[in-house]
Design a protein around this ligand. Structure first.
Ligand SMILES: Cc1cc2nc3c(=O)[nH]c(=O)nc-3n(C[C@H](O)[C@H](O)[C@H](O)COP(=O)(O)O)c2cc1C
Length: 209
């Protein structure tokens, strides 16, 4: 599909058919994700494709337990509605045929080293540079998601499940200093692909000439 058409077609998909995603397609999506730009071409990513339903169920249950722990609804209607929404948006991946977990490795450039010498701690340096590692991961995830649509699938970016980061990292054998940065649920859409409303162009653009 033409790039413009893929960009204009993409919308977050959260309901999937049970049709499995063949391994050639999984590998092609991940190959394209790995072509993204990254800070100093450090490519601070690796991808774990999960198609095992038992593991997805276990991960989903862990996330749901954490959500219930952090957001008790206290029998108040609005809180119950909010809790149900958080539960759904953080654990719908359980019913996806494929979940791709994105593992992020740390990376420091010479600039970080120089700035640290000026009494900035690593967090300050990272903030000053707007988290280049995370920006790099974002580029790879967007490549991945656009590729899923190009190959005839739908997908949704997930960070809500990171409420259970420690448990998920242990389960997926992601060891420090690496981190679980994000996940992407993928499958054949079981809902219409309709683009959500976006801000008007003049609200997101200004030209300095
Ligand atoms: C960094 C990031 C994290 C996201 N995390 C979640 C999530 O945990 N659960 C979810 O259902 N959607 C998640 N989304 C999808 C957004 O909700 C979605 O992109 C947004 O509502 C706009 O809709 P659209 O993708 O259809 O344009 C995430 C998107 C991004 C970019």
């Amino acid at each position: 599909m033409e790039l413009k058409a893929v960009i204009e077609k993409r919308a977050s998909i959260r309901m999937f058919t049970e049709e499995p995603v063949p391994s050639e397609d999984i590998k092609e999506m991940i190959r394209r994700a790995g072509l993204a730009p990254s800070i100093n071409n450090s490519q601070p990513w690796s991808f774990i494709a999960i198609t095992n339903h038992e593991l997805l169920d276990t991960m989903g249950s862990i996330v749901q337990k954490k959500v219930l722990e952090y957001f008790p609804h206290e029998n108040i209607k609005e809180k119950m509605v909010a809790q149900a929404k958080v539960l759904r948006f953080s654990s719908f991946f359980m019913d996806a045929p494929l979940l791709i977990a994105v593992e992020m490795s740390p990376y420091e450039t010479v600039i970080e080293e120089l700035l640290k010498g000026r009494e900035l701690n690593p967090d300050d340096v990272n903030r000053l540079r707007s988290y280049p590692n995370i920006q790099s991961i974002g580029a790879a995830v967007q490549n991945l998601i656009l590729s899923t649509f190009d190959l005839g699938y739908g997908a949704c970016w997930l960070s809500g499940l990171l409420i259970a980061r420690n448990e998920l990292e242990e389960l997926l054998e992601i060891n420090s200093p690496n981190m679980l940065a994000a996940c992407v649920a993928v499958g054949k859409p079981r809902e219409n692909i309709t683009q959500r409303e976006k801000k008007p162009f003049d609200k997101i653009f200004r030209l300095i000439d």
